[in-house]
Design a protein around this ligand. Structure first.
Ligand SMILES: Cc1cc2nc3c(=O)[nH]c(=O)nc-3n(C[C@H](O)[C@H](O)[C@H](O)COP(=O)(O)OP(=O)(O)OC[C@H]3O[C@@H](n4cnc5c(N)ncnc54)[C@H](O)[C@@H]3O)c2cc1C
Ligand SMILES: NC(=O)c1ccc[n+]([C@@H]2O[C@H](COP(=O)([O-])OP(=O)(O)OC[C@H]3O[C@@H](n4cnc5c(N)ncnc54)[C@H](OP(=O)(O)O)[C@@H]3O)[C@@H](O)[C@H]2O)c1
Length: 304
């Protein structure tokens, strides 16, 4: 049976959802309020991240070329749109997937928000990323700008104000202490946009030569495959650092000799291998699926 699904919203979530459905043999109608697909990947991500944005556009193009996906750009779905969800159901779609992003404008609800020169970040982001009609809207901005909040959007807007509008001063206002900023530290050795550097949060500075990967970097996220990938990316960040830094020479032999002396109870690779053999033999002798010494002392005793 032919299955038909309407996906509403062609941002990254909708586009990749459409791909998964199409590859499973489903016929997809992909509706998008904006003419161009991409959502915030097109109109949110800072405009000078050309490489990233072009890479995403290419991926989106490839996905939308799938014969099972029909794209309906410039069609808003909703009570005020060309079609409602009920219309789509009545038309016979088997399922609807809503991926319209986080819409709406969240104001602070404080006095003065409607004064001249007070803007919402979303409108400015749309303006500099050239989303009609915001692209043509005029935003009067002076020489000194205050931004309320300190997330990644604040960084994007501060970047635009300083590097493109050349304002004199930008002040970010946080309601808690400075360590509570929400923005991601800018990585010096990014791997796929991720920072692997250890940070001294109160002063927002990387700790030189110290990196984190896996669950140490992002607690309790993903399975072994994710940890493997993260570990490999962390290693790439370390390699980039090693390439970039002027490092003093080191003598590995001397270094490891000192370590062996200062850790007299360390177990080397041979010792570990011997333990595995002993435990395997004990398991076989006792007809057990596995045998493990219950304490460090017991293991160290075996290795003496
Ligand atoms: C300013 C800003 C900068 C960002 N920068 C980065 C970055 O550098 N790197 C990064 O990885 N992430 C970044 N992000 C986050 C990233 O953009 C989002 O994680 C991602 O775009 C969310 O995807 P989405 O598909 O859920 O929603 P969206 O991208 O918001 O897509 C929603 C889509 O739904 C459509 N739509 C909305 N309403 C309707 C409707 N009623 N009918 C039909 N269509 C509708 C919209 O036109 C849009 O195309 C940034 C976000 C912001 C706000
Ligand atoms: N380069 C990138 O990858 C990039 C760029 C832009 C956006 N994004 C993503 O897009 C998402 C949205 O980013 P965002 O910066 O808008 O949100 P955010 O990360 O949640 O930051 C919002 C900031 O506003 C403050 N705030 C919220 N309500 C406030 C109020 N009533 N009064 C005073 N301060 C208030 C918050 O303070 P509190 O901490 O006190 O709540 C916080 O500092 C995030 O996931 C972000 O990572 C990513």
């Amino acid at each position: 049976m032919n299955k038909v699904v309407a996906v509403i919203g062609a941002g990254p979530a909708g586009i990749f959802a459409a791909q998964a459905l199409a590859e499973a043999g489903v016929h997809v109608a992909l509706f998008n309020r904006d003419i161009k697909p991409g959502g915030l990947a097109e109109y949110g991500i800072f405009f000078d991240k050309y490489k990233m944005k072009n890479g995403l556009r290419k991926q989106f193009q490839r996905v939308l070329a799938h014969p099972n996906i029909t794209y309906f750009g410039n069609v808003t779905v909703g009570e005020e749109g060309e079609l409602t969800l009920a219309d789509l159901q009545e038309l016979g779609f088997h399922a609807l997937l809503v991926t319209v992003g986080a819409q709406g404008t969240k104001w602070l609800g404080t006095t003065g928000e409607n004064l001249q020169g007070v803007y919402h970040a979303k409108d400015l982001v749309y303006h500099y990323n050239k989303l009609p009609p915001f692209a043509e809207q005029v935003f009067g901005i002076g020489r000194k700008v205050a931004i309320i909040g300190a997330g990644n959007v604040m960084i994007d807007i501060a970047n635009w104000l300083i590097r493109y509008l050349h304002v004199d001063e930008v002040i970010a206002i946080v309601r808690r202490d400075p360590s509570a900023v929400k923005f991601d530290p800018t990585p010096t050795f990014p791997q796929n946009g991720i920072s692997y550097e250890a940070y001294n949060l109160p002063i927002e500075e990387p700790i030189e030569g110290v990196f984190l990967a896996g669950w140490a970097r992002e607690a309790s996220t993903g399975l072994v495959g994710a940890a493997r990938k993260d570990g490999m990316q962390g290693a790439q960040a370390v390699l980039s650092y090693l390439d970039s830094a002027e490092l003093p020479s080191a003598d590995p032999e001397q270094l490891f000799a000192i370590l062996k002396e200062s850790c007299p109870n360390h177990v080397c690779k041979d010792g570990w291998q011997r333990l595995v053999e002993i435990e395997t033999a004990r398991a076989a002798a006792d007809a057990l699926p596995e045998f493990k010494f219950p304490s460090n002392d017991a293991m160290l005793l075996e290795l003496q």
